[in-house]
Design a binder for this molecule. Sequence first.
Ligand SMILES: Cc1cc2nc3c(=O)[nH]c(=O)nc-3n(C[C@H](O)[C@H](O)[C@H](O)COP(=O)(O)O)c2cc1C
Length: 430
Amino acid sequence: MSKKILSANFDLPDSHALRVYEETGGYRAIRKILGTPGDEIIEEVKKSGLRGRGGAGFPAGVKWGFVPKDTDQPKYLCVNADEGEPGTFKDRQIMEQNPHMLIEGILICSYAVGIERAYVYVRGEYVFQIQRLAAAIAEAYGSGYLGKNILGSDFNLDVVIHRGAGAYICGEETGLIESLEGKKGQPRAKPPFPAVVGAFGCPTVVNNVETLSSLPFIINEGASAYAAIGTAKSTGTMLFSVSGMVEKPGVYEEAFGVNLVEFIEERAGGVLGGKALKAVIPGGSSAPILTADEARNTVLDYEALAEAGSMLGSGAIIVLSEDVCIVKALQVITRFYSHESCGQCPPCRHGTYWLARIADRIENGRGEPDDIDLLLSICPEMMGRTICVLCDAAAMPTESYVKKFREEFEEHIRLKKCPMDGAPRLLGIE
Ligand SMILES: Cc1cc2nc3c(=O)[nH]c(=O)nc-3n(C[C@H](O)[C@H](O)[C@H](O)COP(=O)(O)O)c2cc1C
């Protein structure tokens, strides 16, 4: 059964307007908490079980609890709206259809943690979404929801939009912070984590758009009401971006715990043209691939997907039908990672380059029999050896594609060409 928390307003006329948000109970949550100690709000968010929707699934309230309380430094919130993970297109939906829900989420987090300045780091390509968000921020300032003495209280908050310039690595939280500071978007070694030393050397919360947008519901309805949705450890709902070979690609909100293939069939209309399902990438291009059988036997939540050897990631479900060539899919994603590696760490700089080069030559009929094992030997050398996990994000899927669909790689090398030449490309990445 679909449950709508984040997308409840999406279909209303003018859903982006302040008037519509207020008419549907908007800004009730911030009124409710003003005057309550921030620690109590943090406890409530911990109790809700809300986990970060940007990819790592870290509990939001726990992260906020790491921010030092007794500090003279300002504290910052960086809203991660970079949405760079291939296959992911749900944060744009929130900024487009209900930007005030995000602003209220920003208010709740900032109030709880004691933040007076929030930056929204939005990918530069989201021109329309930035316009929508900027208009909503202006409306919120105009109505006393942002600025000084919010709703007559002593709480102040400014929200600043910062446009990214199209680099995937700037979605990684410390790459984002470096970029926000005007530097090259290269991730920082951790620890220290941003909660302690973040933007401009100050304590900083980094949260995804969807994570923050879940907060008004949690405050309005209570942590237990939120925790009652989904499964014991994956609470609430998630916006799943469904793409690839499906009848109805789109963003669908769902409570955790539904069967992956039933979800694809019931919500996204099933595999395009009634073709057979070959595989599913369940959590964005960084997630290891699941065969059709594995996908049939798993549900959508953090634990089940980890148990299945993959991950929920950013909730981007990419469906591969029998028409899709796995080697071509690997060629496309490795090229992406090679292009997007910031080059700081040698295992990533060289590893992503070689994965892309080898996948490319196998797909183009120039692969050698040893290339399959060569790919498999590179991947372990890349995992866990770099400052950030972009490198793992390239190696993990590569290993899974080769191990699970080895015969397709062998066939390409034997025939010296792609047997499925003309097969559709996935992800729109060339
Ligand atoms: C290479 C890379 C790219 C990332 N891109 C994004 C992104 O576009 N949006 C996002 O919210 N998180 C992204 N993340 C995850 C962030 O580093 C971070 O975990 C997240 O913003 C924390 O917010 P959350 O706890 O609310 O999920 C990326 C991570 C890596 C390693």
